[in-house]
Design a protein around this ligand. Sequence first.
Ligand code: 4AZ
Length: 244
Amino acid sequence: IIGGEKATLGEFPHMVAIGFDRGNGYQFDCGGALISDTYVLTAAHCIINLERVEPQIIRAGVVTLGDNTWHDESDYRIAQNIPHPNYTHSSKYNDIALLRLEKPVEVSENLHAACLYTSNLDPLTPLTITGWGRISTQQSLTSNVLLKTKVNAVSRERCTPEYTGWRKLPSGIIDDQLCAGDPQGGHDACQGDSGGPLQISESDVAYRIVGVTSFGKGCGTTTPGVYTRVSSYVDWIESVVWPN
Ligand code: 4AZ
């Protein structure tokens, strides 16, 4: 997260870090959001990636990641990685996935599921992004503490021109995606934040998940980042998580 502030324990109780074992401990290269006690919502590109192994664990109910060893109190094994059936490596569309955990999380004040934002309309209020990803584009430095910042939804009309000519976006930005950014620059998601949630603050349930951090042209500029729009995928999510 560029331009972020530290989140406090329990502020984003659905936020999880996704861990990849490349032979020397876990690397937390993606974020995710708990949407039931056994399912995490994330990005498909976090699972399907040419060079990278599939994720093995999530770390949940913490704001500080700590070291790359197994933590009994906060770590849960992934039983199944479920990318959206229409995601392919050759495009950036349908960049959404579910992770099924081996066993349900131990629900607490600091660890529980979030609700989904099911309206197709772009929220008019500022949206909050969270993650342990890069804090600068210049360096590979990431954050050990969960960071949060605010961005605003940007219309498809204003966002598409920023992404014209991208080979993996043959139809430009589509309605199944949502752009969000800082008109001044300086507040943004970055590498390592993808898969994590774009959230709207609501009085009744704290936060609802509006989007999944997908990609962007650089980080922290006035170019909006691109998020997968959760409301377009509610039927698929429900068919996997709540089939009955
Ligand atoms: C990434 O590489 C990434 N500024 C995620 C979000 C953004 C840029 C890059 C948005 O995962």
